[in-house]
Design a protein around this ligand. Structure first.
Ligand code: PHE
Length: 346
């Protein structure tokens, strides 16, 4: 065998061994640079051809080609092997054991107070009411004057509040939202409810709280009468407390309505016979309402000869307590999960 071919075989064996030993892509790449590129040891071999003549030149040329081919094939095989191994390793490493128990997340719940608010809003919006909110911080003007409760009016006594300045306070009822809505309506008819917070200086006990929720209702148009108010509230109360509830209207007094009524429903415990829940009366007081006072209409830009309206104010906690049998108003605010969880819709 001619000398250059021997050298070629030696080099080939060395390169094949290197390829064989390469365990990762990086090593294989360096073998490629060193031994397979144009400037590699293998290409360098080509220069030997000039020292040969005739037959030998041809034999060497052929040997060179078959060697290159063999090395390239081996290289490709190795490349494939390393690549497949890497994928396998990665799959192994990133394997997820789907038989492991997952992380359980505790679902939060909606406070029963807000569940009742949502329910009441649903009932009224289904009757065509729009929802409007008023500010929690009110001026004396809106909270009292516009509600026909001038300075020194005895009705102010019952609604003492938390004052921010001499003339601004945390609103004592949602009724001032009526005045804001009427100002905005600019003499046009209105059919709104205004849910929100109210604040009063009060005892904090099982049935009183310095903060509570109300839903105000107001309808203004031509020919609105007490019959409309009655029908609306009967429908609302039967939706909330059941079709069997008797609804009773008693005359009452609010400075911003005339006539005014207090509305009761027959006791859900004894159905009107009298029990401790209704204090023996057979009825439970639910809300205050009445026909919007002409003074209020006039102050709000409506001609009382042409327009009339009714208004009502519903205590949210009171409705929630009756619906869910909650015996202490403070439970709505304490954030005790043992309480809240009982009202979580599963
Ligand atoms: N604003 C009254 C209150 O807080 C309730 C009420 C509203 C009464 C609307 C009549 C009409 O006691």
């Amino acid at each position: 065998m001619i000398e250059p071919i021997k050298k070629l075989i030696e080099l080939k064996d060395k390169i094949l061994e290197k390829i064989n030993e390469a365990a990762d892509e990086k090593t294989l790449k360096s073998v490629q640079e060193q031994d397979l590129s144009k400037k590699s040891s293998l290409s360098g071999m080509m220069s030997l051809i000039s020292s040969l003549s005739g037959e030998d030149k041809i034999t060497f040329g052929q040997a060179m080609n078959s060697t290159k081919k063999e090395i390239q094939e081996k290289f490709a095989d190795k490349e494939k092997e390393i690549h497949e191994k890497a994928i396998k390793e990665r799959l192994e490493k990133e394997k997820i054991d789907i038989s492991l128990p997952g992380t359980t997340y505790k679902m939060g719940g909606i406070n029963p107070f807000y569940q009742i608010v949502d329910e009441m809003i649903d009932v009224f919006t289904s009757m065509g009411y729009q929802v409007k909110e008023g500010p929690d911080v009110e001026t004396d003007f809106f909270n009292f004057e516009r509600m026909n409760i001038p300075a020194n009016h005895p009705a102010r006594e019952m609604q003492d509040s938390f004052y921010i300045t001499n003339s601004t306070l945390l609103r004592t009822h949602t009724s001032p939202a009526q005045a804001h809505a009427m100002d905005e309506a600019n003499g046009r008819p209105l059919k709104i409810i205004c849910p929100g917070k109210c604040f009063r200086r009060d005892d904090d006990d099982a049935t009183h709280s310095h903060q509570f929720g109300q839903i105000e209702g107001l309808v203004i148009d031509k020919n609105i009468n007490l019959g409309n108010l009655k029908a609306t509230l009967e429908l609302f109360l039967r939706r909330m407390f059941g079709e069997k509830r008797e609804v009773r209207f008693r005359s009452s007094y609010f400075p911003f309505t005339e006539p005014s009524v207090e509305v009761d429903i027959s006791c859900m415990e004894c159905h009107g016979k009298g029990c401790p829940m209704c204090k023996g009366t057979g009825y439970i007081e639910i809300l205050g309402a009445g026909m919007v006072h002409p003074n209020v209409l006039e102050m709000s830009g409506y001609d009382p000869k042409e327009y009339s309206g009714f208004a009502f104010g519903i205590g949210i906690e009171r409705v929630a307590m009756l619906r869910y049998g909650v015996d202490d108003i403070r439970k709505f605010y304490q954030g005790d999960v043992r309480f809240i969880e009982q009202f979580t819709r599963k």
